[in-house]
Design a protein around this ligand. Structure first.
Ligand code: PPS
Length: 295
């Protein structure tokens, strides 16, 4: 408990202009020098954008749709979170060094902070983006239940911080735009959470093609079933309930919370929405990226 008091709920620390957990900042040299391999698959996202969902899909594809094989371990061990270093609790870099290839790697880093060996190795990358309003809501609940984050304050206070980019992993706007630009020069499959909700089969086909896999209709159906929100919510190897309660308290808010597009409408006041839209238009005005706030 004493240990947790020194570790959890601490202020974020600036790493090259991006607020990160204090312990990632302290161990940044380990992250920066991470050795990526050509046959790694990187799953990159801004937090709360569908990381776990795509991770489960890809692991199913890597295991030819074998559900039992995918239940061999929790999602955070099957797809280690590279930059997550928390003393006595997690070290994604060390975990990945020990892992046999081909490795699945999770990152929330903005494109400019990704270790350079990912670009040198030429490994494949899947990026998943989700509309900013739903991300803000999901992140607010996640801040409450996942104790590595600082206290979120009220919803209004959190939303201010989100828009200002003063949350873990920085500005959503810079993140989605940065990775979108990078797509021009690197093989990145850029997916949208809303598209996955709208037509999971179509989006699964994109992933399958990108990975150069061939799967039968039967396997496709099995993957779609196993990775539905309802299935993942009750699956202990994908719902994060295997994390110690001191780190993630699902009684405050479950990790698998709602899994829908458009929940922001239950949280934004009219005034918050108007202000958000104004700032959004300004921050996104030079980008060709289009998001759907509902489907
Ligand atoms: S994390 O902590 O950043 O890695 O979280 P991440 O996995 O990116 O995002 C969590 C949100 O994704 C929802 N989720 C899903 N939605 C639909 N279908 C499936 N299968 C699925 N799996 C996870 C999860 O519920 C979180 O969103 P909210 O809006 O909070 O429910």
């Amino acid at each position: 408990m004493e240990l947790n008091e020194n570790i959890l709920r601490r202020q974020l620390v600036d790493v090259h202009g991006v607020p990160l957990f204090w312990s990632i900042a302290e161990e940044w040299a380990q992250v920066e020098t991470f050795q990526a391999k050509q046959d790694d698959l990187l799953i990159a996202t801004y937090p709360k954008s569908g990381t776990t969902w795509v991770s489960e899909i890809v692991d199913m594809l890597y295991n030819d749709g074998d559900v039992e094989k995918c239940k061999r371990d929790t999602i955070f061990n099957r797809v280690p979170f590279m930059e997550l270093i928390i003393p006595g609790k997690a070290n994604g870099v060390a975990q990945l060094i020990k892992m046999p290839s081909p490795r699945l790697v999770k990152t929330h880093l903005p494109v400019q902070l990704l270790p350079k060996t990912f670009w040198e190795s030429g490994c494949k990358i899947i990026y998943v983006a989700r509309n900013a309003k739903d991300v803000a809501v999901s992140y607010y609940y996640f801040y409450q239940m996942a104790k590595m984050h600082p206290e979120p304050g009220t919803w209004d206070e959190f939303l201010e911080k989100f828009v200002a980019g003063e949350v873990a992993f920085g500005s959503w706007y810079d993140h989605v735009k940065g990775w979108w630009e990078k797509k021009k020069s690197h093989p990145i499959l850029y997916l949208f959470y809303e598209d996955m909700k709208e037509d999971p089969k179509r989006e699964l086909e994109k992933v399958t093609q990108f990975l150069g896999k061939e799967v039968s209709e039967e396997v496709v159906d099995r993957i779609l079933h196993h990775t539905s929100f309802q299935e993942m919510q009750k699956n202990p190897t994908s719902n994060y309930k295997m994390m110690p309660t001191s780190d993630m308290d699902h009684s405050v808010s479950p990790f698998m919370r709602k899994g829908i597009a458009g929940d922001w409408k239950n949280h934004f006041t009219v005034a918050q929405n108007e202000r958000f839209d104004e700032e959004y238009a300004e921050k996104m005005k030079e980008s060709t990226l289009l998001f759907r706030m509902e489907i």
